[in-house]
Structure formats: structure tokens, C-alpha cells
Design a protein around this ligand. Structure first.
Ligand SMILES: *[C@@H]1O[C@H](CO)[C@@H](O)[C@H](O)[C@H]1NC(C)=O
Ligand SMILES: *[C@@H]1O[C@H](CO)[C@@H](O)[C@H](O)[C@H]1NC(C)=O
Ligand SMILES: *[C@@H]1O[C@H](CO)[C@@H](O)[C@H](O)[C@H]1NC(C)=O
Ligand SMILES: *[C@@H]1O[C@H](CO)[C@@H](O)[C@H](O)[C@H]1NC(C)=O
Ligand SMILES: *[C@@H]1O[C@H](CO)[C@@H](O)[C@H](O)[C@H]1NC(C)=O
Ligand SMILES: *[C@@H]1O[C@H](CO)[C@@H](O)[C@H](O)[C@H]1NC(C)=O
Length: 935
């Protein structure tokens, strides 16, 4: 969990990177351009002594590490605290301090100083994002003139009650976002009593829900215009409360709460001014009838709810709203039917209906939405063809997402669209087989995804030159041909590039030095990868060059890529030793070097890569002992495959220290010695089931989707030999638990301890020199689907406890020295003789040899038919073990974010929190940000 979050942070860094840098460039530390009358006028206004003292007392009580309050009390300002940073005084009274802005500071988690209560003429107090914490002091209630109060972005601040707020009757603006108000059951009462309140922001406050009965006593307020309550625990009763503010409300956000069921008709009945309504991320169902009569409504978000039924039913509800509505977002519901006629929605600018169940074709009337800027119909069941006529009037369109449907875009090669797109997401739309010429006209796109578009063509050179500021390009899963030109100057800041699964050939081209992600896998690129040393490495997180014809050695700069999360060089012809380099930091989680010609030992600098979860260095010429540091320094390891190399020596006991390891594959090496008894310390293998179905990593990319806000994920693939063939495990890798030490030189007995690995799905110890009997405890390995102990020197009888291995689908004991009668239990009788042959002393069905005092054998029962799914492995037992697990890992959670309220809550809160902190850190000082990100 923690490491996933860690990478999420990196994603956020990228998403905010530019924004923050721009802000820090253009914005001074304090928003103190608003100064007192003393400026401009040239008169020297003094602040009164009492305020001066209060401010100095505040300064005293805050630890100001960064010296942001250094101007306070300085000689040259002595006469007027009105000129101190973040402070200003009233025009009229001339002297009183009425404005205090300490926002965006780092006060290291201190409380708000109580002295603040003595600045009783204050009208404006902004302590937002100041890293203040603790309980909000009651003394704030003395600030009776206060009109604006902003304490937002202080994530560890809380208030038990809000009664102090009710004394501040002049308040017009209150912003307490992220202040924990979970105990403040009086909040609805208090804010309803503030007579002049126009703006109220209580996002991420953990606001408790209030019973309907207590609301009925609340007076209605006529002044509230803006109400943001996103990300709280509010339930249905909020509707009643909301209706008390009816006529004044303009902007309402109730997103990510616990609103369930239908929206009551009365709530919005009289909201004659409502323009923006955000109800996303709830569990709203039914027909939101009353919304259609809001004749001022411009923005309506109902995304991520439980709305269902034909989309046309919803749209038919809209009366006068049709003419005003500009933004309609219905993503992640279950709307069905075909896309209705939108012609009457004359003002529509953004239409997002992704992730529903819309079917049929896209009607040409969509082309009548002249104002349309954003069109997102992705992940539906739409089909048919889109032609120029659909689009010829959409001159303002800048964002289009039609991905994950079955659409064909058939635009003439000479067509000049009326729009200039910034975002093109057409993944899995059919654009080919020829390269879509109309793209040539799109000069401003920053994101292009034309993956899986059926394009089998040479990429025209203009395509690479298209909009040199683009930061994401995905042309994967096509049949694009030809060489790729120098890309180093053809992208904007920190781009992500995915050219995978095409027919590109020739050398890997020069790439932008500040790349974040590069996927060239499954092509025919050849030559060396010296380009790696030109990549700066700063937030370069994903490099996948697998399945190409690349050669040469791994350049010695590879470990300088300190933020690399995934490095996949599998299935190439790389050779030589892996350079060992000391580097300050290593973030790699997945290392795939499989199927190359690497030699030498594993570099010990890998022990710095403590995040490593996945190591596959199989099918190379690696030699030496299995390093002990794998067990000592890589506590997060899940998969370790050393298969088919020249490793020797014994299995280090340190490997038993790996609590998460699920796959150990040491097969086809020269490993000697005995099987360590401590294997029963492998916690993940003892537990049945698994918490995650796939092992995924996020890496930085701008591909974050607007709905779920997640980073791009990388799903690990394990290639393992399963039932005699190479299998790729993708979807269910997380459930696989396997030990394969076959084809080595192991001696001694199979340790009894191995029988406690009850989660094991597969155990292969074949082709060694193992001796001794098979433990009767073997029956404990009840998840086992595959067991191969063949080609050893095992002795004794076959234990009857095999009868408990209900899910055994593959089973080999052949070529040992087992003796006696094969137990006549159905389980064992169902395998054919090949499972037992080569044991001279073994007798009984299904072997042809009869045991001495045995009656003639009966015909064997038919063999079990094992049903395979795509991943090859899954049998009943597998599912059983899966069902036992708690199937919500981190990315599982993000996937089910849309379904699971509490996760969503935590996730958004986290995201928002992190962004806030990041922003503050960035504004304060970049070095500090880097420290923060790296610790
Ligand atoms: C205070 O002074 C500023 C600048 O001199 C002026 O723009 C503003 O209107 C004044 N406010 C009042 C309330 O007089
Ligand atoms: C408080 O200051 C921040 C940063 O300067 C600003 O963005 C915010 O709008 C201010 N809050 C209010 C209520 O004015
Ligand atoms: C909200 O209303 C719906 C439908 O009326 C109901 O099913 C649900 O239980 C209510 N939830 C709460 C928390 O009152
Ligand atoms: C809406 O206004 C009508 C007419 O003034 C009134 O009868 C009704 O009670 C109001 N509805 C709500 C929920 O306040
Ligand atoms: C990243 O590279 C591009 C192109 O090489 C360049 O325009 C941009 O300024 C670079 N950005 C940073 C932050 O170095
Ligand atoms: C067992 O695992 C724990 C950590 O899970 C480790 O501290 C301990 O050393 C291991 N014991 C052996 C014998 O490896």
C-alpha cells in the first residue's frame, strides 16, 4: 500500500509539475499586493500599537523557519505594521488592522495562535495552506467584524464545535476545506444562522450527516450563493437542508457524499438561480425529474452514480434546461439505449457520457451542437461509422474521446476539419488501414491516442512533427511500419511515448531528454540502447523495450535513472554483464531481463532497489550464487525468477525473509544443497488466496483520466512454465503462488515445513536428487493445482492424504523409487500411468503392474477435464483460493473506486491532500519539495 501511494505521489508531481512551476514563477510568496492606503497616497499610516503588539505576539508564537514573517517588527516598518508582509489596514479608520493573509506558509504544524483573537477589527483572515494544525482556537469568536475566513488546506486542523463561528455575524465568505469537522454536529445550525453568508466551502471536512428532524428547525437563509460540500459523509437529509436556501443558490457541489436513491423533487423545486450543480460520486438512482426545470442551469454533473435506463428518458425530462445547459457529465452510470437527438441542447459545450451502456450509432444531429468543445463517449457499446457530416460544424471541438467503442472513423483524406483538437483519444476506433490524413490538420494536440486503430501503414513524417508540444503519444497496437525519426525535439515537457506492438524497425531514435515513459515493446527495433544515457532520468519512470532485436550491453548509466519504476528489456539479444553502479536512489519495482544473453552475477547495487517487487532474469547466462541480499534487502519482492541460468551454490536461507513472495522460480540452474526448512516462513505462500489479482505499478504520465484521476498503470506479466508450456500470467498473476526448483542438483529430503505453504498453487521439485519419503502431511497443500516430484530418488509409499488435494489437476511422481500400492483413492486413480511410471517397486492401478495379492484392476475412470481460461492456470481450486482472499489491493481499489465509497473517499482525500502539500512545498522552495518527495 505505502509504496503504491508513493508512486501515486510521483504521478501527482507530474500532473502538477508545470502548474506549480508556473504558479511559483508568476506568483509572489504572499498575496499581499493589496496594501493599505499608505501606499500610493504617500501618507504614512501607522497601525495602532495594540495591533502591532498582537502581531508581534503572533510572530513570537509561531516558529517561522523560513523567515516569512521577517519583515514583521523590522526598523523601517516600525511606524506601520500596515506595511508588513501579508498585513494591511483599513482606509477609513486609517489605523486598524483589517486584513491578515498568512496563506501558503509553513508553520510546521503549530496551532493558530490565540492572540489572533485580539485583532478584533479584522475583516479578512486568510490562514489557508499554512501548515497549521490542532484545534481551531475559540478566540476566533472575538473577530466580530470578520467577513472572510479561510482556514482551508490545513489538513491536521480540527474543530469540535462551530459555535464560535455563529458569533461572527458579518461573515460573508467561509472556507474551511480539509479542516476536520467530524465532531461538529452543529454545523448545519451554525451556518444557517449566519445572516450574510454568501460563500461556504466545507470540502473534505468529514462533515457528519444530520437527522432530518433537526433540520426542520433550521431557518432558511436567503443569502447563500455558493455551497461546496464535496467529499463528506452527508446523506439524504442534506436535500432537505439544501431546500432551505432555495432561491439564492447559484453554485452547489455535493459530490462524493453518501447521497442514495432518488433526488427528492422538492429540493430543487424553487432554485431559481442555480447555475452549477455537482452531484458526482454518489449513489443517486431514479429519475432526477426536478432538474429539468431549472431554467438557469448551465452545469450538471451526475457522473459516477447509479443512474440507469434509456438516456433518452433522462433527456426528455429536460424542459427549459435544454437551452441553458452547457456542461453535462453522466460518466460511469448505467445509461443504456442509443444516443438521442441533442439538437435542442443549443448551448452544450461539454458532453461526457463515458462508461455507460450506450449502443447504436452516433446520430448526425450531434453535429448541430455548434458550441461543443468536449465530447467524451468513451467506453460504451457504440458502433457504426462516423463521417465528416457528423463533425463538419463542430468548429469549437478541442477534446474528443471515443475510445473503447466499436466505431469506425471514415474521413476523406482531403478533409479539413473545422476544429483544432487538443486531446485526441481514439483508442480502439478504426481509423486505418491507411494513415488518417486528416490528423495532419491538427496542429495543437497535446495528447494523441490512436492505439488499436487498425492502421497498417508507413507513418508519414508530418505525423511526428505534429504539434511539437505534445506530451503524450500512443500509437500502440497497430501495424505501423518504417523507421522512427529523431524524436528528441518533437515533444513538450516530460512526455510519455508508446509505440508498442507495431512493426517499427531500425535503431531506437533519439528521444526527448526529459521523458517520463517510453514503451517500444513488440516491434522490430535493433541496435544498442546507448540512448539511455541521454535521458536525464528526472521522473523517467517506465521503460519497456521488450520483444525487439536489441543488442549490445546495458549502458552503465542505467542505474542513474533514479525514478525508473519499470525496466523491461525482456526478449532481446542483450549481452554482457549488468554494470554495477552506486547511485543515491533506486525506485525500480519491476525488473525484466528475461531471455537475453546477459552473463555474470546480479549487480549488488540492486540491493538499493528496495521497492523491487518483480525480478525476472530468467533465460540468460547469469552465474554465481543466488545473492543473499535478495532476501535481506528486497522485502517487497513478490516474484523472483532466475530460471534457466547458471546459478550455483545452495539456496540462501535469507530468501525465507521475504514475506510477500508468491513466485520463486529457480528451475534449470545448477543449484545444489538442500531445500531450506525455513520456507514455511514465506507468509504469502502460507496464506490462501491473495489480496490482488494483478501486480501493477503506476508510473508518471499525463494520461490521467478526468474521471478517475488515476495514473497510468503497468501490469506485470509473469512468464512461467505451466503444464509444460510457457504461459503468460497477466490478469491473475496476483493469485499465482508457485515454487519451481526443478532441474537442479538438490539433495536431501523434501522438508516437512514445505507442507505448511497452504496457499501454494504449484510445486515443482522434479529433476533433482531428492531422497526420502513424501510427507503424509502433503495433504495440507490443499490449494495445489499442480505437483511435480518426478525424476528424483524419493522412496516409500504414496501417502493417502493426497485425497485432500481437491484441485490437483497435474501430478507427477514418475521416475523415483517409490514403492507399494498406489492408494485406491479416486483422486490418484484419475491420473494416467505416466504420472507413476519409472518407480520399479510401485504397483496397482493405473499402472499395469498388479500388486502381489491384488485382484484384476478395474478400468480407470476418465481423466479429469481441466478447464483453462486465458491464463491457463485457473481451476476450481484457484477460484476457491481467490475467493478466500480479500480482493482489494491498491489498484484494485482505484478500479473499484467508482463502486466503493469509502475507498473513493480516502483516495480523493489523499489526492487532494497531496496536491495541497505539494503546492505549498513548491511555492516555498523547490529543494524542499524534492526532499519531501524523496523521503
Ligand atoms: C481603499 O483604498 C483603495 C486604494 O486606495 C481603494 O481602491 C478602495 O476603494 C478603498 N476602499 C474604501 C472602502 O474606501
Ligand atoms: C486565501 O489565500 C489564497 C492564496 O492566496 C487564495 O487562493 C484564496 O482565495 C484566499 N481565500 C479567500 C477566501 O479569499
Ligand atoms: C436514502 O434514500 C434512499 C431512497 O429513498 C433509501 O433507500 C436510503 O436508505 C436512504 N439512505 C439514507 C442513509 O437515509
Ligand atoms: C417552493 O415555492 C412554492 C411557492 O412559493 C412553495 O409552496 C413551496 O413550499 C416551495 N418549496 C420548497 C421546497 O420550499
Ligand atoms: C523538456 O524537453 C523539451 C524538448 O527537449 C524542452 O522543450 C523542455 O523545455 C524540457 N523541459 C524541461 C523541464 O527540461
Ligand atoms: C522469517 O521472516 C521474518 C520476516 O517476515 C524474518 O524477520 C525472519 O528472519 C525470518 N526467519 C527466517 C528463519 O528466515
Amino acid at each position: 500500500m505505502s509504496s503504491s501511494l508513493y508512486f501515486l505521489e510521483f504521478w501527482i508531481l507530474l500532473a502538477d509539475y508545470q502548474e506549480s512551476i508556473n504558479s511559483s514563477r508568476s506568483k509572489s510568496l504572499f498575496t499581499d499586493t493589496r496594501t493599505g492606503v499608505g501606499d500610493g497616497a504617500g501618507t504614512s499610516i501607522k497601525c495602532i500599537e495594540r495591533d502591532r503588539h498582537a502581531l508581534l505576539a503572533i510572530k513570537q508564537s509561531l516558529i517561522d523557519d523560513y523567515g516569512h514573517l521577517s519583515s514583521w517588527g523590522k526598523e523601517e516598518h516600525k511606524k506601520g505594521c500596515c506595511k508588513w508582509r501579508g498585513v494591511s489596514c483599513s482606509n477609513q479608520t486609517g489605523q486598524h488592522l483589517n486584513y491578515l493573509d498568512l496563506s501558503y506558509n509553513d508553520f510546521g504544524g503549530q496551532q493558530i495562535p490565540e492572540f489572533i483573537g485580539s485583532l478584533n477589527k479584522l475583516r479578512y483572515l486568510n490562514l489557508s495552506h499554512a501548515w497549521l494544525a490542532g484545534r481551531v482556537p475559540h478566540q476566533l469568536s472575538n473577530l466580530s467584524k470578520l467577513q472572510t475566513l479561510d482556514l482551508s488546506g490545513n489538513w491536521n486542523m480540527y474543530a469540535i464545535k462551530l459555535d464560535w463561528l455563529s458569533h461572527l455575524s458579518s461573515l460573508t465568505h467561509v472556507c474551511l476545506n480539509s479542516v476536520n469537522l467530524s465532531e461538529a454536529v452543529d454545523w448545519m445550525q451554525v451556518v444557517s444562522q449566519l445572516p450574510s453568508l454568501t460563500e461556504l466551502q466545507l470540502k473534505w471536512c468529514d462533515l457528519p450527516s444530520v437527522t432530518s428532524s433537526s433540520i426542520s428547525f433550521v431557518n432558511s437563509s436567503k443569502s447563500l450563493v455558493l455551497l461546496y460540500l464535496f467529499g463528506n459523509d452527508l446523506s439524504n437529509s442534506t436535500y432537505l437542508w439544501l431546500s432551505k436556501f432555495s432561491s439564492s443558490l447559484v453554485d452547489v457541489d455535493l459530490g462524493s457524499n453518501f447521497l442514495e436513491g432518488p433526488i427528492p423533487d422538492y429540493t430543487f423545486e424553487n432554485m431559481t438561480s442555480l447555475m452549477h450543480l455537482y452531484l458526482g460520486y454518489n449513489q443517486i438512482s431514479g429519475t432526477p425529474k426536478s432538474l429539468g426545470n431549472l431554467c438557469t442551469l448551465k452545469t450538471l454533473y451526475l457522473n459516477v452514480n447509479n443512474l440507469r435506463g434509456p438516456l433518452s428518458d433522462l433527456l426528455n425530462l429536460f424542459g427549459c434546461t435544454r437551452e441553458t445547459l452547457e456542461i453535462l457529465s453522466l460518466d460511469y452510470n448505467m445509461f443504456s439505449g442509443s444516443l438521442p437527438d441533442f439538437t435542442k441542447f443549443l448551448s452544450m459545450k461539454e458532453l461526457s457520457i463515458s462508461n455507460n451502456r450506450l449502443n447504436g450509432t452516433i446520430p448526425k444531429t450531434i453535429g448541430k451542437l455548434f458550441e461543443l468543445e468536449v465530447l467524451d463517449l468513451s467506453s460504451n457499446l457504440l458502433e457504426g461509422m462516423l463521417i465528416e457530416a457528423h463533425m463538419s460544424n463542430l468548429s469549437r471541438l478541442s477534446y474528443i474521446d471515443l475510445s473503447d467503442n466499436s466505431l469506425t472513423l471514415n474521413f476523406g483524406s482531403a478533409w479539413v476539419p473545422p476544429f483544432q483538437l487538443q486531446t485526441i483519444r481514439l483508442g480502439s476506433c478504426r481509423l486505418g488501414p491507411h494513415f488518417p490524413e486528416w490528423l495532419h490538420t491538427q496542429k495543437n494536440c497535446s495528447l494523441i491516442d490512436i492505439s488499436d486503430a487498425g492502421i497498417s501503414d508507413i507513418v508519414p513524417s508530418w505525423f511526428w512533427d505534429l504539434s511539437p508540444d505534445k506530451y503524450y503519444l500512443n500509437v500502440s497496437y497497430n501495424h505501423m511500419k518504417g523507421t522512427v525519426p529523431d524524436l528528441s525535439m518533437k515533444f513538450g515537457d516530460h512526455p510519455g511515448i508508446d509505440l508498442s506492438s507495431n512493426d517499427f524497425e531500425g535503431p531506437i531514435p533519439p528521444v526527448p531528454s526529459n521523458l517520463t515513459s517510453l514503451n517500444l515493446s513488440k516491434n522490430r527495433f535493433s541496435g544498442s540502447i546507448s540512448f539511455l544515457c541521454t535521458v536525464l532520468g528526472e521522473i523517467f519512470t517506465n521503460l519497456d523495450l521488450s520483444d525487439n532485436f536489441l543488442t549490445g550491453e546495458l549502458p552503465n548509466c542505467w542505474l542513474q535513472l533514479q525514478d525508473l519504476v519499470v525496466l523491461n528489456l525482456a526478449n532481446n539479444n542483450f549481452s554482457g554483464r549488468i554494470p554495477d553502479l552506486s547511485s543515491a536512489k533506486c525506485s525500480i519495482q519491476s525488473l525484466y531481463l528475461r531471455n537475453n544473453n546477459f552473463i555474470g552475477g546480479l549487480p549488488s547495487s540492486l540491493k538499493m532497489c528496495q521497492e523491487l517487487k518483480f525480478i525476472n532474469v530468467g533465460e540468460n547466462g547469469f552465474s554465481g550464487k543466488i545473492p543473499t541480499w535478495i532476501g535481506e534487502s528486497l522485502p517487497n519482492l513478490v516474484v523472483l525468477s532466475l530460471r534457466s541460468n547458471r546459478f550455483n551454490g545452495s539456496i540462501p536461507l535469507q530468501l525465507c525473509q521475504l514475506p510477500y513472495v508468491q513466485v520463486l522460480d529457480f528451475s534449470l540452474n545448477n543449484i545444489s544443497g538442500t531445500i531450506p526448512k525455513c520456507l514455511n516462513n514465506l507468509t504469502a505462500m502460507i496464506q490462501r488466496g491473495s489480496s490482488v489479482s494483478t501486480i501493477t505499478h503506476t508510473y508518471l504520465s499525463y494520461m490521467s483520466s478526468s474521471v478517475s484521476g488515476t495514473g497510468t498503470e503497468y501490469i506485470d506479466i509473469a512468464t512461467l512454465v505451466w503444464k509444460g508450456t510457457d504461459q503468460e500470467y497477466i490478469r491473475n498473476l496476483g493469485y499465482l503462488k508457485s515454487i519451481d526448483i526443478s532441474s537442479n542438483q538438490l539433495i536431501g529430503e523434501i522438508p516437512e515445513e514445505i507442507t505448511s505453504l497452504e496457499g501454494l498453487i504449484s510445486l515443482n521439485l522434479s529433476r533433482n536428487h531428492l531422497t526420502g519419503p513424501i510427507s503424509p502431511q502433503i495433504g495440507q497443500l490443499s490449494s495445489l493445482d499442480s505437483l511435480d516430484l518426478s525424476n528424483n530418488q524419493l522412496i516409500g509409499e504414496i501417502p493417502t492424504s493426497f485425497e485432500f488435494l481437491n484441485f490437483l489437476g497435474m501430478f507427477y511422481l514418475s521416475n523415483n523409487n517409490l514403492s507399494g500400492k498406489i492408494p485406491s483413492i479416486a483422486k490418484l486413480q484419475n491420473f494416467d500411468a505416466s504420472s507413476y511410471v519409472g518407480n520399479p517397486e510401485l504397483c496397482g492401478s493405473p499402472l499395469p503392474r498388479k500388486c502381489p495379492e491384488e485382484k484384476p484392476a478395474q478400468a480407470p475412470a476418465p481423466a479429469i477435464i481441466t478447464h483453462h481460461n486465458d491464463d491457463g492456470v485457473i481451476n476450481q481450486g484457484f477460484y476457491a483460493s481467490v475467493a478466500l482472499g480479500f480482493i482489494v489491493g491498491f489498484w484494485g481499489a482505484v478500479g473499484s473506486l467508482l463502486l466503493n465509497k469509502s475507498w473513493r473517499h480516502a483516495y480523493f482525500r489523499f489526492l487532494s491532500h497531496t496536491k495541497d502539500r505539494l503546492y505549498v512545498a513548491m511555492v516555498l522552495n523547490v529543494a524542499k519539495l524534492q526532499r519531501w518527495l524523496r523521503n
